[in-house]
Design a protein around this ligand. Structure first.
Ligand SMILES: [Zn+2]
Length: 177
């Protein structure tokens, strides 16, 4: 059976403040059709939100599952499914602007490793290792953090983090979050 775009579900993105974002997610244990459908929906939801990475907790599902496409549909080979990912090696340093679909409208400079190797399971439960540099390295770290209940703002100074949280509280009060 083929699936068309119209059958896919676009999930709303959970925003900062929802406890699911700060809760370590549960391991993926079933590599079945349901998981396949969820992954397809996650890609569609990520593209709809103009993102290059999306973790399951960001759609309210506390599972160690993330999708990444740093080429944003340019290269089908770049579509990555990461189930139960672990960072196994990091190297070097890069500093650059980082944002998160769950913290819209904010961006901060974040220092990350420049080269990162992740070990994860694919849709069939098969383990693989992949090494990425620059944006892909950043995505591996950012998405794996999500599955551990950690957001990128935990990597910025306490001062900047408090400022962001204050601004978000104001937006919440104004009904704009
Ligand atoms: Zn994020």
């Amino acid at each position: 059976m083929t699936m068309t775009a119209s059958e896919r579900k676009i999930y709303p993105i959970v925003k900062f403040g929802d406890p699911v974002l700060e809760t370590p997610a549960a391991a993926v244990t079933k590599f079945d059709d349901e998981l396949k459908r969820l992954v397809e929906d996650m890609f569609e939801s990520m593209y709809a939100a103009k993102g290059v990475g999306l973790a399951a907790p960001q759609i309210g599902i506390s599972l160690r599952l993330a999708v990444i496409d740093v080429t944003f549909k340019e290269d089908p080979e770049a579509k990555l499914v990461l189930a139960n990912p672990e960072i196994v090696h990091t190297e070097g340093r890069q500093r650059g602007s980082e944002g998160c679909l769950s913290i819209p409208e904010f961006r901060e400079e974040v220092t990350r490793a420049k080269k990162v190797t992740v070990r994860a399971q694919d849709l069939h439960g098969k383990w693989y290792e992949k090494t990425g540099e620059d944006l892909l390295a950043r995505a591996f770290l950012h998405e794996t953090d999500h599955l551990n209940g950690k957001l990128y703002i935990s990597h910025v100074s306490a001062l900047k983090r408090d400022l962001i949280k204050r601004k978000i509280r104001k937006l919440v009060k104004a009904g704009e979050w």
